[in-house]
Design a protein around this ligand. Sequence first.
Ligand SMILES: Cc1ncc(COP(=O)(O)O)c(C=O)c1O
Length: 380
Amino acid sequence: MTDPLTPYGNRPMVTPIVNAVNYEYQSFEVLRQITDGEIDGYTYHRDDNPTVRAVEDRIAVLEKAEDCIVCTSGMAACTLIYLTYLKAGDHLILFRDIYGAHYKVAVILERLGVKITWLDSDDAAHLERHVRDETAMIFLETPTNPLCKTLDIGLARQAADRVGALLVVDNTFATPWHQLPLDLGAHLVVHSATKALGGHNDLMAGAIAGSKEDYDRLWFTRQALGTTLDAYSASLLERGLKTFELRADTMAANALAVATWLHEQPGISRLRYPGLPDDPDHALACRQMRNGFGGLMAFDVGRDQEDAKRFISALQRVVHAVSLGATESLICIPHLTTMLYLPPEQRATFGVAANTVRFSLGIDPVDTVIADLEQALAVV
Ligand SMILES: Cc1ncc(COP(=O)(O)O)c(C=O)c1O
């Protein structure tokens, strides 16, 4: 059988886009060997695809994991995890400061009989008080979306171990360049690969890194649900990963410079960036992160949402859009975007104000970004 990854004898520098849905069986014997797992091979795209598998290998290396599975989006990855490891009667711990779509998935999980406790970031230091015998999973983001707070992965693992729960860490904000959750105690790492791993606002993907056993369990669910990534997106993701470390490094350097500058500006309050020495989580971030502190920050602009809107409308280089971790610097108001689904009174409970903005630094020259922020702040 021709290996689709080495069709020319030598391995191409770019993994070929294998756009086949199905594969011609070479013989009944080869089919048997593939289905019995004796040899690697492909039969149907929903099961597996060589372009997808190549990108999984790359992300596993980045996260220092035994294996990785990718799927159609970050939320598809989170949902694969929930549906693989939770059943009716299980208890799931989530934090309120989390990407907004989890509130929707929570509705579905509760309908299926999963009991959910929502915690504040401050509770992370006392997680053991909240775990119980039925706790099957603790799921956290660090830094959190949108407030960029840092949660202690090691402490969460200790709490999870008390009851044999699974600890899942969303590493989208930090990226593997800055944080390796598996080394810090997580059982699984999940990514919106739509963000910094892809990095160019041109693909949606999710990734889960963990053990080979986890790969097999998650593969079963992905195959059943049909959330296998398409080969074109996998190829774009592979291309993005080639510059991932360079981009992540630049974004973090830009973010530190911008946060340091914003810190001194009137009209900006409650600035959260884990790399600032006076950020309440700075010491923890220094222990948990490396190579800098990532490209995201959150802060309040002026007195109310009208001030935040005026500021964003005046920006000329920074782009007003959702998403993050891309080459462009992106800014948005969580109340009007990622948290839209939540009732207003609930949005306020964990500290995201109507004038809070989430800012994701890109790889633009930082002086031009600061100049843009400066002229926009003058409007407020
Ligand atoms: C931290 C985090 N996790 C997960 C997701 C979901 O990813 P996707 O939009 O690829 O489904 C997002 C999206 O913004 C996110 O910010």
